[in-house]
Design a protein around this ligand. Structure first.
Ligand code: IVH
Length: 690
């Protein structure tokens, strides 16, 4: 895509335009630098600019464009952002129907398919390309004259929905690409939109905090996201797209721009797209194909996104054409589906759990069943609406799915299997723990117990505070919190720091060693970073990600006391609902008292990360020191780390800065050769971290 010289040039120029104000004749260059930074970040997973540097350049481009609107081009990075809500998604025709794939499930299926392919093609041995089968939502993209003209969903395969505005929010999809240089005037490309497991988790975290039913799996999340009318929301979800097939091309000379499938992936990669190329491999004959399918399957859990199989394609396009297709699928391609992570089981009963915010969640107790290697006996049903929508009855047979690391969920019930002994699920009207009458705000789906002293809520708040992702107090788990509560040792969050351990001596189950371990982990929790403490407080709608955003933007927890909803809304990803909940929480005297008490117990209320390093512009940057420096190497490394950087052991494309002292040798040579590393003198380094 870019050669070393170009990469070096863009890096140098980016520094120049961060420090200086570009004029209108630099507008193209600025756009190219931002495109380059996007490509490094979203396609190559190897960022070259910090968030702050990127934002500065983006702002400068926007300012220039607002001064010279006649210079705005359709493929400018500023044009990704939609101007208004999409009203509807018009139906469009695909240039070529989007076919499905035939499925295979074991080696025999593949051997049989290979036999047919050889028979139809007349070849003795066929070269196959094997790549992952991405589990997301398929899309079709149309590029004309170097511009992304249209993005569409699969629809019925012949017609799909025009989702161009939403496809522009997927940063790994280029807004334009230089197909003209390759003699191509029109290109229709197929791919899969996916959500990484991490982004999916973050998104569900937001839903948990808002008490909204979770999305079942990244696949549903991806396909749902493509149809959202507010494209800024689409942008926030952080979707990704892998392209894996060229379905139509038009060239100036009429010649095909590639001869094999593998070459078509290389072409897309060279044009700046994220493709299946990285894990695509070529094999002569089916035997090795089968081995590689197994290899892809065993690496499935380690991938950052979900895959549900492998796709095997005949590599030579002339053979593909010879073998042809049915109305449903190409004969030259085959999906190899991994073992399903689904199982069926019986719904035995429904229990109701009261959460720390008083939400009452129905939980299905099922006959234990193994799903994808994990035994499942209990599944959240989220709320009353889900129970109704899925038409569940006690005694029903349920279909259960577990995608990757995701929590198991009920796909559906089988009403056709009912025998007449099934009984309806009746939602309680009183809190199952404190008997308070349950309440449901009109716009919400969740029933709540509004008694904040409800035993279940108090216990859940303490459990949440001590949990692994919050203050991580090892040893103070669910069961012990309940036990301490029942015995009167612990009934508030701050009580954790005043547990009367001396009264426990001699009590069954509290040996000296276990008490000592627990005391140590409680002590250790006092130095947890501020973001964990904010999350641990259990403020409604504040998940881990929001807690991090909040912690980053303050120096001390008390700073949140007086922040208005407007100020909070200025922060990344914080909307009116979250802001309102924060203002409520911090203005409540009981909560302030809790925070004062935690402070008195010696908890860390200051943001230590900001103490070391204001601004964070070097966050995530990598450094390496070489040659003789005036200070000790370890001191220099500590300075870089304190500024948010990390230290690498050798020169590679992952390295951002090489700091050179006297007599620098081979590392300097290598960095120069690479061209992507910024080389600094010790003095320049000191100025950088200032
Ligand atoms: S090739 C004409 N390659 O799987 C060939 N499809 O179950 C078009 N899919 O509709 C498809 N990963 O949405 C191909 N590497 C990959 C794929 C892939 C996922 C999807 C695609 C297809 C579905 C069939």
């Amino acid at each position: 895509m870019y050669n070393t010289e170009q990469e070096k040039f863009f890096l140098q120029q980016s520094k120049l335009w961060i420090a200086n104000d570009p004029e209108k004749d630099h507008l193209d260059e600025l756009k190219q630098i931002i495109d380059y930074a996007d490509w490094k970040y979203y396609v190559m997973d190897n960022p070259v600019l910090s968030d702050g540097e990127y934002d500065t350049l983006f702002k400068k481009l926007k300012q220039l464009e607002s001064r010279y609107p006649e210079l705005i081009t359709a493929d400018s990075p500023t044009q990704r952002v939609a101007k208004s809500l999409t009203q509807s998604f018009p139906t469009v025709n695909h240039l070529v129907p989007m076919l499905s794939l035939e499925n295979s499930y074991d080696a025999n299926d593949l051997i049989e398919w290979d036999r047919k392919c050889r028979e139809l093609s007349g070849e003795q041995v066929i070269e196959y390309c094997v790549e992952p089968k991405f589990d997301g939502a398929s899309i079709s993209l149309l590029f004309e004259d170097d511009l992304l003209l249209r993005g569409a969903t699969r629809g019925d395969g012949v017609q799909g929905d025009d989702i161009t505005t939403n496809t522009r929010q997927i940063r790994s999809i280029p807004m334009g690409m230089a197909i003209g240089k390759k003699g191509i005037s029109l290109l229709e490309v197929r791919g899969e939109v996916v959500l990484t497991k991490e982004k999916f988790k973050q998104y569900n975290e937001r839903l948990i905090a808002e008490g909204i039913p979770l999305l079942a799996n990244p696949r549903n999340a991806a396909s749902g996201s493509l149809r959202i009318k507010d494209s800024t929301e689409v942008s926030k979800r952080g979707l990704d797209a892998f392209l894996y097939h060229i379905s139509f091309w038009q060239t100036v000379n009429g010649e095909r721009p590639y001869q094999t499938h593998y070459e078509s992936l290389q072409l897309l990669h060279a044009l700046g797209c994220k493709t299946s190329l990285k894990d695509a491999k070529l094999f002569q004959g089916i035997t090795e194909v089968i081995d590689y399918c197994a290899e892809i399957e065993s690496g499935r859990d380690a991938l950052p996104y979900e895959i549900d199989g492998a796709v095997i394609k005949i590599n030579r396009i002339d053979l593909q054409d010879k073998i042809g297709q049915t109305s449903h699928h190409p004969r030259w391609a085959m999906a190899y589906k991994f073992k399903a992570r689904q199982a069926s089981s019986k719904l035995l009963q429904v229990e109701y759990q009261v959460g720390r915010t008083g939400s009452v969640t129905p939980v299905a107790k099922i006959e234990p069943v193994s799903v994808g290697g994990v035994t499942v006996s209990s599944i959240s049903l989220f709320n009353e609406e889900v129970v109704k929508e899925k038409n569940l009855m006690i005694g029903d047979t349920l279909l259960i799915e577990r995608a990757g690391d995701v929590i198991p969920y009920v796909v559906k019930s089988f009403p056709e299997l009912r025998t007449g002994i099934e009984t309806p699920i009746i939602f309680p009207v009183n809190c199952p723990v404190c008997r308070e009458v349950l309440y449901k705000p009109e716009a919400e789906a969740v029933w709540r117990c509004t008694n904040i002293n409800c035993k279940a809520q108090v216990i859940e708040r303490i459990i949440h505070f001590a949990s692994k992702d919050a203050m991580d107090i090892r040893g103070l788990g669910d069961a012990l919190v309940r036990k301490f509560y029942e015995q009167g040792f612990l009934n508030t969050i701050d009580g954790i720091y005043h547990i009367p351990f001396e009264q426990m001596k001699g009590l069954e189950g509290f040996g000296e060693k276990s008490i000592l371990n627990l005391q140590q982990s409680i002590e250790k929790s006092k130095t947890q970073p501020l973001n964990r403490l904010i999350f641990a407080l259990g403020i409604r709608y504040v998940g881990e990600t929001t807690a991090k955003t909040l912690a980053r933007s303050i120096n001390h927890l008390h700073d949140l006391y007086d922040m208005s909803a407007e100020q909070l809304c200025q922060l990344e990803d914080i909307g009116g609902k979250v802001a309102g909940s924060l203002v409520d929480f911090f203005s409540h005297p009981d909560n302030r008292r809790l925070i004062e008490s935690l402070e008195l117990s010696g908890l860390q209320l200051q943001n230590m990360q900001n103490v070391h390093h204001e601004g964070g512009s070097l966050n995530g940057k990598t450094f390496l020191f070489t040659g003789t420096l005036t200070m000790k190497r370890s001191e220099a490394e500590a300075l870089a780390e304190a500024a948010g950087g990390s230290i690498l052991g050798s020169v590679s494309t992952k390295l951002n800065y090489l700091v050179v002292g006297e007599d620098a040798g081979s590392k300097l040579e290598k960095a120069k050769k690479l061209g992507t590393v910024i080389i600094l003198t010790e003095e320049e380094f000191m100025r950088l971290i200032k």
